[in-house]
Ligand binder design. Structure first.
Ligand SMILES: [Zn+2]
Length: 327
């Protein structure tokens, strides 16, 4: 008599067995690579495909909307037209094409090259939070305060998280908490790439430090973090923050080839810089820079800074939408 339930369990287990590898294969990404291919989506709208990969055996692409800077993933088969030279002329002079060229062009500043504030006049500021590798717990009180602003505004609070692959892999529970805030409508996150390993040597000069350290493969650093984000169900944006904000002309050229816009900051709070309209506020959410968080909390709570989505710093369409949706 006792055998029958056991047999049933064994049978069910056998039946379920083949589905586990299939589910794993579906979430796993292979062949992740950079491309540059203007194309048209199902509705005939212009998109720029910047990555291609296989997921569950199906070819996918990561798409940028060159007018709004929003990204999305799609199966390659869902696109209407994909072959060169489709859309090349139309892509030129789009807001994305212009911003990418402007912010990766020489002369290069060793530190803080790229967009440090909004390209457009806006009424509000942009909160960017760096998640460099850290052994400390994340700034939960700060993130809870940012998420809590959604109660007054009635919309998810926009925040740009500059994510490293290293932090993402070592803080799974904290990442899950952040994702929960997104699911529950409290945070609207733009996932900015902050490299995978975020190399840093306190003794090395800036010209041979961070991603300029000997032996660093910038493309690998970029693609590994994007792949981790996608495998975590998160969509990378077309923005990149250099570790230490340090870059050289070669790194900027590589970033342009990867279709990513570098983000600096004109309001690094821990350095005493004051945010004004259009500022990219920089704080660290990884527990490594409490001075910045100590300044950010009263700014958010008492001064009632109006936070905008990062795309509104570049795209007239989203800037107008962010304005219309204000209080
Ligand atoms: Zn960093």
């Amino acid at each position: 008599m006792a055998i029958r339930p056991l047999l049933l369990v064994a049978l069910v287990a056998l039946l379920l067995l083949p589905t586990f590898p299939a589910a794993a294969a579906e979430s796993r990404i292979s062949g992740y690579r950079s491309i540059f291919q203007p194309c048209y989506d199902r509705s005939g709208a212009l998109r720029l495909a910047i990555r291609r990969y296989e997921r569950g055996g199906t070819p996918h692409v990561l798409l940028v909307n060159p007018r709004t800077f929003e990204t999305a993933v799609a199966p390659l088969a869902s696109l209407k037209a994909f072959q060169a030279p489709v859309g090349q002329a139309e892509l030129r002079a789009t807001p994305f094409d212009l911003a990418l060229t402007r912010h990766t062009s020489p002369p290069c500043r060793l530190q803080n090259h790229g967009a440090v504030r909004a390209d457009l006049p806006v009424d509000g500021v942009f909160l960017t939070v760096d998640m460099c590798p850290s052994k400390r717990p994340f700034e939960k009180e700060f993130f809870a305060a940012v998420a809590g602003l959604s109660r007054q505004s009635g919309r998810p609070t926009p925040v740009a998280l500059a994510m490293t692959g290293n932090w993402l892999e070592n803080h799974r529970d904290e990442l899950a908490w952040l994702v929960q805030q997104i699911r529950e409508g409290r945070l609207a996150v733009t996932w900015v790439n902050h490299s995978d390993s975020h190399p840093y040597d306190p003794k090395a000069p800036l010209t041979r430090n961070f991603l300029l350290s000997p032996g660093i493969d910038l493309e690998r650093e970029v693609l590994a973090t994007e792949q981790l984000l996608l495998e975590s169900g998160l969509t990378p944006s077309p923005f990149f923050r250099f570790p230490g904000l340090v870059a050289d002309a070669k790194a900027l050229e590589q970033l342009r080839q990867l279709s990513l816009i570098p983000l600096g900051s004109d309001a690094w709070l821990a350095k005493g810089e004051e945010p004004r309209n259009g500022s990219f506020i920089l704080v660290h959410g990884n527990g490594n820079e409490p001075a910045g968080i100590a300044r950010a909390l009263p700014l958010l709570r008492d001064r009632g800074l109006r936070l905008l989505p990062l795309t509104a710093a570049f795209a007239p369409a989203t800037a107008a939408a962010a304005g219309a949706g204000g209080e």
